[in-house]
Design a protein around this ligand. Structure first.
Ligand SMILES: C[S@@+](CC[C@H](N)C(=O)[O-])C[C@H]1O[C@@H](n2cnc3c(N)ncnc32)[C@H](O)[C@@H]1O
Length: 249
């Protein structure tokens, strides 16, 4: 299951859900507010920019935003909203692709670092972020916390959402630190077929993420449970972590 097969035309067409889900104002508003603050008046680079869910409103707030994105169909959807001059994008792998210029902020949200399936690629992604950043620049990661405490011995699957018409469950391979997320969508009436979408991930503990940052020459500046600055605790399901490169001497 390659990322390019997952993020195809159909996924790109169905991605945007204006006003709801990850596009709801209560989700997107605090995300953009915090990124404006962290950009500090400088340029921002979004790794895996997708259809511009975050980049477009960030650019509308006056932050110059560029992007890296693997999927041409996702970039095509972005292009229906803004042109290349407004939000330039390099089509390529966020672990290796180079975007011209220097940035004050790089960010990788919505759990997307876990789309890189090996530790080596995830470390390369941190290093790639670091080489785009000015001294004192920041790299922001939004990532879920692996829910291994919900996994009794011998059981591989955790249902993380069960709602009318939708079941989301993760299957864990704890030996290789891999998860496959399964998204079942179905009509309410019994007898109708369900549609299944799956995506593979490599899960990362917060401490491992911090070590990846150190390998790339960055240190943890802050970690919160969400974009509004809620305290990160042992029960947090997700985190927003801000890493920083060293200031110039
Ligand atoms: C969940 S979407 C997130 C998109 C956007 N950042 C957002 O918050 O809406 C994941 C995106 O990551 C992209 N992606 C996956 N692996 C990638 C890689 N190695 N390099 C660049 N983009 C990648 C996919 O094509 C897809 O657009």
């Amino acid at each position: 299951m390659l990322q390019s097969e997952i993020w195809d035309d159909q996924a790109a067409q169905n991605y945007d859900t204006p006003g709801t889900g990850m596009f709801a104002p209560e989700v997107l508003g605090p995300t953009v507010d915090r990124l404006v603050e962290l950009a500090g008046g400088g340029r921002a680079l979004e790794f895996a920019i997708g259809t511009g869910r975050v980049a477009v409103p960030l650019a509308e707030r006056g932050v110059p935003v560029s992007g890296i994105e693997l999927s041409q169909p996702m970039v095509d959807r972005l292009r229906a909203k803004v042109d290349e001059a407004a939000v330039p994008v390099v089509v390529g792998d966020m672990a290796t692709a180079r975007v011209p210029g220097e940035f004050q902020l790089a960010y990788l949200v919505f759990n997307t670092i876990s789309n890189l399936l090996t530790q080596a690629e995830q470390v390369a992604c941190f290093r790639n972020a670091a080489r785009h950043l000015a001294p004192g620049g920041r790299f922001v990661i939004e990532l879920w916390v692996p829910q291994l405490r919900q996994l009794p011995p011998g059981q591989q699957a955790v249902v993380w959402e069960s709602a009318p018409g939708y079941i989301g469950l993760d299957t864990y391979d704890v030996l290789h630190q891999h998860v496959v997320s399964h998204h079942f969508r179905f009509d309410a009436a019994p007898g109708h077929e369900a549609r299944l979408g799956r995506s593979p991930h490599r899960y990362i503990w917060p401490a491992e993420l911090d070590l990846m940052a150190e390998l790339a020459g960055m240190t943890l500046e802050s970690r919160h449970a969400d974009w509004t600055g809620a305290e990160f605790t042992e029960d947090s399901r997700s985190h927003v972590s801000v890493y920083r490169t060293a200031e110039a001497l």
